[in-house]
Write a protein that binds this ligand. Structure first.
Ligand code: ADP
Length: 479
């Protein structure tokens, strides 16, 4: 395997060493994988200046040329899929096969936006006056910045970088402290295929606050994109207000997964398993509140119990593992707290309910709770763990009301075989994305994003490019 493990900051096409470093830990066994540059905020400023210098040449290239470089980067990522997946699995903990899936998913954004770069159309307006003509055009916003989370160390970066670069923007990225290696490896491949110096820059750091301030307040930056918690997102949005940046925020979710009496229960179980246990439940679109209509509750719980008993938990590099460790001890403590509070308040723990210390410090058992109510914190907070928390409801109106009873609105799911019900419920649910008889909804061609406290903006799809563009109207007179 070729080593793509890089440990310096990536600025202006160069690997920049830093005196201070921080350790990246393998969550499966606590071992140190690498010591990575702990960049101070002054380096973030240097990176912004480099991105600013690189902008004029990059934005003035024909879209076809930018697309060709992105296609080269895409092929380089695909050619190194296994090595990137091994690195990702090591630093993040997800099973190797799932990590390979993330690399393919992450690469798909580079491929997709290479194509979109060439399809950035404007409008020719119908004649409104005989002496004038008007057009609406699109133009890259300029220098961009991004802050990304640890649960998808590769894909959360390509989902921002690829549309930015396609639109003719340059970017500075702060990857998460827990998983910086996947980001640095992407930069290495981008540099090898000839993406020009300064067009993308990666700043690993433990000073999220200081570097974050530069990336949200520097006047040269025109657009900021964030994926992470709602709490931090709100702070960063305030910081962006000082220079009125264009912003995208993909924040926390509290996804409902509704099983109506009309559902195909076997399909519902299969899709819930896919949705819930991917990345050990550590995704912002993971089913957080499972709402089951009372008349099918017991049958559904029996089928789900049988499916969950088949789950295989272990280190990501072990064969046939369904999910791996949680990311750190804070994550494990949170899951334990939520499960304990729910059972203290009367929820029944059907299976699991405890850590699997015999495997390692951060593994948690597949856990199924029934009799959950909205008075329990597990229905209000993101679980981010392998726990299914089931509530009951009596009729469609109650199911929808409960599903919408949250400040969040990222993903939602429901299972129904009744087409009229599908139409009604799709309209009624306040979510940016819905999976209908489908637990896997993330694709490069879908518009990913939320409503309410789950954020602003969309990633992927043709809408993902527009997030990095200004709309400019041209009126030409004198006819
Ligand atoms: P998560 O729960 O997914 O870790 P966070 O919102 O805490 O969500 O983190 C997401 C990203 O935001 C990470 O890269 C983290 O380093 C960064 N971050 C956390 N706090 C701040 C902050 N005050 N300013 C800027 N970035 C921050």
């Amino acid at each position: 395997m070729r080593s793509l493990t890089k440990s310096h900051a990536f600025i202006d096409g160069h690997w920049v060493p830093v005196e201070q470093s921080f350790d990246v830990i393998n969550p499966a066994d606590g071992s140190v994988i690498a010591a990575v540059a702990d960049a101070p905020s002054s380096l973030a400023e240097r990176a912004v200046e480099a991105a600013h210098r690189a902008l004029p040449a990059w934005r003035s290239r024909p879209a076809r040329e930018r697309a060709e470089l992105l296609y080269k980067w895409f092929h380089a990522v695909k050619a190194n899929q296994r090595a990137l997946a091994e690195l990702l699995s090591l630093e993040q903990g997800k099973p190797l096969a799932e990590a390979e899936g993330e690399i393919a998913y992450g690469a798909s954004f580079i491929d997709w936006f290479a194509g979109e770069a060439e399809r950035s159309y404007g409008d020719v307006l119908p004649l409104q006056a005989t002496d004038k003509r008007a057009w609406i055009t699109k133009q890259g916003v300029g220098v961009c910045s991004a802050i990304t989370p640890w649960n998808f160390p590769n894909a959360m970066i390509t989902r921002k970088l690829a549309p930015a670069l396609a639109a003719g923007c340059t970017m500075v990225v702060k990857p998460p402290q827990l998983t910086p290696l996947s980001a640095l490896a992407l930069a290495q491949l981008a540099s090898e295929v000839g993406i020009p110096d300064g067009v993308l820059n990666i700043i690993p750091t433990t000073d999220a606050k200081g570097v974050g301030k530069v990336l949200t307040e520097h006047p040269v930056i025109k657009k900021f994109s964030f994926t992470g918690s709602t709490e931090i997102g709100k702070t960063l949005m305030q910081q962006c207000a000082s220079t009125m940046k264009k912003v995208s925020f993909e924040l926390g979710g509290n996804a409902p997964f509704i099983v109506f009496a009309s559902a195909d229960l076997d399909l519902a179980v299969k899709e819930l398993m896919t949705c819930k246990f991917r990345n050990a439940g550590q995704t912002c679109i993971s089913a957080n509140r499972v709402l089951v209509q009372a008349s099918v509750h017991d049958a559904f719980v029996d089928k789900l119990t049988a499916a969950m008993q088949q789950l295989n938990v272990g280190p990501g590099d072990q064969d046939d593992v369904d999910y791996g460790p949680l990311i750190d001890s804070d994550a494990l403590d949170k899951v334990q707290r939520l499960v304990r509070e729910a059972t203290d308040k009367g929820a029944e723990c059907r299976i699991g309910g405890e850590p699997l210390h015999e495997i390692g410090d951060l593994f948690y058992a597949p856990t199924l709770l029934t009799g959950v109510t909205s008075a329990m914190a597990i229905t209000q907070e993101e679980i981010f763990g392998p726990v299914v928390a089931i509530q009951q409801f009596n009729d469609e109106a109650e199911g929808v009301r409960k599903a919408n009873d949250t400040p969040f609105g990222l993903a939602g799911y429901f299972c129904s075989e009744d087409y009229r019900q599908i139409e009604r419920v799709s309209t009624a649910l306040s979510c940016g994305m819905l999976g209908i008889n489908a637990g896997a909804i993330s694709h490069c061609y879908n518009a990913f994003g939320g409503v309410k406290a789950s954020g602003i903006g969309r990633e992927g799809s043709r809408y993902g490019l527009a997030e990095y563009q200004e709309t400019k109207t041209l009126t030409l007179g004198g006819f």
